[in-house]
Design a protein around this ligand. Structure first.
Ligand SMILES: Nc1ncnc2c1ncn2[C@@H]1O[C@H](COP(=O)(O)OP(=O)(O)OP(=O)(O)O)[C@@H](O)[C@H]1O
Ligand SMILES: [Mg+2]
Length: 305
């Protein structure tokens, strides 16, 4: 999939994803050794985005299985298309003599199977990216099924038979840690802890989204993010929320955050009542802006280095 670690870095950057050395090496090794990557970390930290970026970097398709409570194998693997089967039987019976044994075999062939993302991922000639998103939402039985797929790279479907992988996909599993993923799946995967980025990396991410703004603005957003995350909020802002803030400031025509902007920015910065109260404390916001300025200066020095 990738010739070396630099190819991963270049590819991800082309896809608009700014990783770090650990991300690049882990993706490279996982692709080379056919290991799934299990990503855990806060909401909005770029877990799902990384899978799509790997797809762009490797110039391949992404198959996404969005997990949810109660998801079943039919949704993930697929099922026979009953209306199509019925239609076929009706048409054949109208046309006269029917070889029922042959028809039964035909009706249970791949042509009548409507494949779900897991099955589709195994059928590509060229390895795709298989994103199993929010795996912490599924139950243990479903996790065991996935475990088997990731071990043997084949799926057994009643009446259809065993489908072996034509190519082994690059698998990304993401989790928000609502339920603990079992050790057997952890053992088989490489574990990528996706945390909030450093100020220097966050400034580069903001720069990708608001390329027309100055380096000071990008560093300013990264500095504010760092200050907010040091504020012991119930819900510290993620990268995606900082990107929202940057775009909102552009719309409002502001190049920086000042203490008098507290009230209009609160809906973007505080996402729980407790956090809102904290930022409303007397001088609270002003000291946050002060902290942010210190971090901004640091991020600018880092960027210039
Ligand atoms: N390293 C990064 N480089 C570029 N963009 C990033 C990066 N990290 C996060 N983003 C931005 O943040 C947004 C949110 O990321 P994403 O949806 O992948 O988060 P997530 O971790 O999957 O969140 P959730 O757990 O809520 O699903 C992305 O659309 C992307 O624009
Ligand atoms: Mg996600």
């Amino acid at each position: 999939m990738f010739s070396d670690i630099q190819a991963v870095e270049r590819g991800l950057r082309r896809a608009g994803y700014i990783g770090d050395g650990i991300v690049h090496t882990t993706v490279y090794l996982a692709a080379s050794l056919h290991k799934p990557v299990l990503e855990e970390g806060p909401a909005g930290s770029g877990k799902t985005e990384l899978a799509y970026a790997v797809g762009v970097a490797a110039d391949t398709k992404v198959e996404r299985l969005q997990c949810y409570e109660g998801i079943n194998e039919e949704k993930a693997i697929g099922k026979f298309d009953e209306p199509l089967q019925k239609l076929c039987v009706e048409l054949k019976s109208k046309s006269g003599d029917v070889d029922w044994t042959a028809l039964r075999t035909e009706l249970h062939s791949q042509e009548f199977f409507s494949a779900g993302p897991l099955m589709r991922a195994l059928l590509y000639e060229k390895p795709c990216v298989l994103l199993i998103d929010e795996i912490d939402k599924v139950d243990q039985k479903f996790e065991a099924m996935l475990l088997e797929l990731l071990s043997v790279w084949q799926l057994s479907i009643p009446k259809l038979g065993t489908m072996k992988a034509r190519s082994i996909p690059f698998v990304v599993l993401t989790s928000n840690e609502e339920r603990r993923i079992g050790d057997p799946l952890r053992r088989r995967s490489f574990y990528l802890r996706v945390e909030h980025p450093t100020a220097e990396r966050e400034a580069r991410i903001v720069a990708l989204r608001t390329p027309d703004s100055s380096a000071e603005f990008h560093a300013g957003m990264a500095g504010l993010a760092k200050a907010l995350r040091g504020w012991s909020l119930e819900k510290p802002p993620s990268v995606s929320e900082i990107l929202d803030l940057a775009e909102a400031l552009k719309i409002l025509g502001h190049e920086q955050v000042t203490p008098d902007m507290r009230d209009i920015l609160l809906p973007l910065l505080a996402k729980t009542e407790a956090d809102r109260k904290k930022l409303l404390l007397r001088d609270g916001f002003a000291s946050l802006v002060y902290d942010a300025q210190q971090y901004t200066a640091e991020a600018l020095r880092g960027g210039a280095a």
